[in-house]
Design a protein around this ligand. Structure first.
Ligand code: GLU
Length: 284
């Protein structure tokens, strides 16, 4: 299995996470087409992203910013699409498989872990990034890992691997599930829950927000490996093309730059093992 020697403790540098805030434009206005059919290019490309995850997928006014957004744009470009062809669509964790199956989006770049059970309903190109599940807690909390969660109130997102993993790992925890991580983080900041769990890179993005400075911290003891892939409809024949695009982005240095720009300050450095050419790809 792939290791992740680069998954440094995001907590150490969480406060310094740089949020990419430039070079973006809107993608939501040219609503020219109807639902894109799987496998058909059509005249546009609907890309599912998160809208509320700083550093990864964030809707900021009319702009879309973050690592997943940048990877999506770069892959689309390699595949011959222009910026104007792209429409970004919000894809909450629990709706990703359904949205792909229903053709509401062509591809999903949304901190989307490749898993065997998801592969039963969608296909994945990639991986292109590796994260690990962790905990976000109040600055003065003494929770240091999953073992300290018994009897505590924890928040995660419906349909995520984070919620699934923690149910197995800590059966005694009181898990509250919301639709998005930003809702969980709000609860934590209000003091109504004890911790939020999901991928460390997501938690670091929240911890770095001005609003939470000095209030929230990432524990820094990851307890899973999350390989981010690009989701596609199972019938879509562009999956290998996406893998080729990702490989080309590794080879021309674009991927390093995207990771560095968006999550570099959180302790993440590019991991060439997530080049699909190295990792063997995941199209099924
Ligand atoms: N990477 C995990 C997953 O795909 C957690 C993050 C998310 O929900 O997007 O479920």
């Amino acid at each position: 299995m792939k290791r992740n020697p680069f998954r440094l403790m995001a907590v150490l540098a969480a406060g310094a996470l740089i949020l990419s805030a430039c070079g973006s434009d809107d993608g939501g206005d040219d609503d020219g087409g109807t639902t894109a059919e799987a496998g058909g290019g059509g005249d546009g490309l609907k890309i599912g992203i998160k809208f509320d995850q700083p550093g990864l997928g964030l809707k900021d006014g009319d702009n879309y910013v973050g690592m997943d957004v940048d990877v999506a744009r770069a892959v689309a470009e390699k595949m011959g699409y222009s910026e104007d062809d792209i429409e970004f669509v919000e894809s909450p964790s629990a709706q990703r498989e359904t949205m792909l199956q229903a053709g509401q989006v062509d591809m999903i770049f949304a901190t989307y872990s490749i898993t065997d059970s998801r592969k039963e309903s969608v296909q994945f190109a990639g991986p292109y990034f590796v994260a690990g599940q962790d905990l976000l807690v109040a600055q003065d909390s003494d929770i240091a890992g999953p073992d300290d969660l018994d009897g505590k109130i924890l928040c995660s997102v419906t349909g995520s691997t984070s919620a699934e993993n923690v149910k197995e790992e800590v059966p005694g925890v009181q898990l509250q599930e919301y639709g998005t991580y930003s809702e969980c983080v709000e609860q934590l900041a209000n003091g109504t829950i004890d911790a939020v769990t999901t991928d460390d890179v997501i938690l670091a993005g929240f911890a770095a927000q001005d609003a939470f400075a000095g209030k929230l911290k990432v524990v820094g003891a990851p307890f899973s490996e999350e390989l981010y892939g690009v989701g596609l409809n199972q019938e879509d024949d562009r999956c290998e093309e996406v893998n080729e695009a990702l490989t080309a982005l590794w080879e021309d240095g674009t991927m390093d730059q995207i990771i560095e720009d968006n999550v570099g300050a959180a302790g993440y450095t590019p991991n060439p093992e997530t080049n699909p050419a190295e990792a063997g790809g995941h199209c099924a």
